[in-house]
Write a new protein. Structure first.
Length: 321
């Protein structure tokens, strides 16, 4: 009998967090696991910490430092499970996270992925607001109860639904994928993407959205993941985020899509061009901003905003402020 779930944990210089992350996997009520930790060339005490963790399900791979996408791809190449889950080395899971997701997937064979709600925490404790409270539009998404009764199944095209969000509510560490849905996919590496997708920002967006095209998608409202906040999170690089999002969505334009998916993606690319241009404008990169606004004119739903922002650029600086 094969492994039920492969858990892939990329890590780089997170020796102070990695054991807690792995222990949260060991604590899962689902025990038929392959746990692949990919040490992406850490220079801290990560190798020593990993060497002290003894469990036959744990496979440790050490690679040269190439970034989180390359590390996740290495884990995918080694995956043997029927289902695939990712956990960041600084985060942790609630004990029944995999069990509840697996129940949904086993009951509905056409389900490509199931994501869960999550909370954030730091050294002071767990924050009170869960992820879904930041996405009130999620409550308006057409859904039906999953057959096991625990979750919600997105009705219709999940790609079209989720690509429209300003930020996709599903984080990689909160998703369980059916292996069949991701067997031909890979995370885009920095060498293979546009320059805007840097520092590991948004590299998971093309992977997840392509996986969501492979079947139905469901979600659980229970916060079963805890995402750590600290000074080294990639998400702290806020000025770069609009450019990284734009690069991620532009990368998806190279994917063969249905007509409805293409229209949904075009609308999102248009909005991303506006956001990225506005960030450039705030940094007085006027020509770069103008170029993006002109590009946005070619996308339905972004034209009015593009014209307004172009007009604002034409104003004297004092009038703009």
């Amino acid at each position: 009998m094969g492994v039920k779930i492969t858990v892939i944990i990329p890590t780089y210089n997170y020796g102070r967090f990695i054991q807690e992350a792995i222990e949260s996997v060991f604590s899962q009520t689902v025990t038929d696991l392959q746990i692949v930790v990919v040490d992406d060339g850490s220079t801290d005490d990560t190798p020593e910490v990993l060497a002290g963790i003894l469990d036959p399900r744990l496979e440790i791979v050490r690679t040269a430092n190439q970034g989180v996408s390359a590390a996740r791809n290495e884990g995918l190449r080694r995956a043997k499970g029927e289902f695939i889950a990712f956990l960041d080395a600084d985060d942790r899971w609630a004990p029944r996270k995999l069990e509840y997701q697996l129940q949904v997937m086993m009951a509905e064979p056409d389900m490509a992925a199931v994501f869960t709600n999550f909370v954030r925490f730091d050294e002071r404790g767990v924050f009170s607001q869960d992820q879904f409270t930041f996405f009130p539009e999620l409550a308006a998404v057409p859904t039906s109860p999953t057959l096991d009764g625990r979750g919600q199944r997105i009705v219709g095209d999940a790609f079209c639904t989720l690509v429209a969000f300003g930020e996709i509510p599903a984080y990689t560490q909160a998703i369980l994928f059916r292996r069949q849905a991701v067997k031909d996919l890979a995370f885009p590496t920095m060498e293979g993407t546009r320059s805007g997708m840097r520092y590991g920002l948004c590299e998971d967006v093309p992977f997840c959205l392509q996986a969501f095209r492979q079947g139905a998608v469901g979600f659980l409202k229970e916060p079963l993941v805890e995402v750590r906040r600290h000074g080294e999170n990639a998400s702290t690089l806020l000025p770069d985020m609009p450019h990284a999002k734009l690069a991620a969505f532009q990368l998806l334009t190279e994917t063969p899509l249905t007509d409805s998916e293409r229209r949904a993606l075009d609308r999102r690319v248009g909005r991303a061009l506006i956001s990225s241009g506005m960030q450039n404008a705030s940094e007085r990169q006027v020509r770069v901003a103008a170029r993006k606004y002109f590009q946005a004119l070619g996308f339905r739903g972004a034209r009015l905003s593009a014209l307004k922002n172009l007009a604002k650029l034409a104003l004297p600086r004092r009038a703009r402020t």
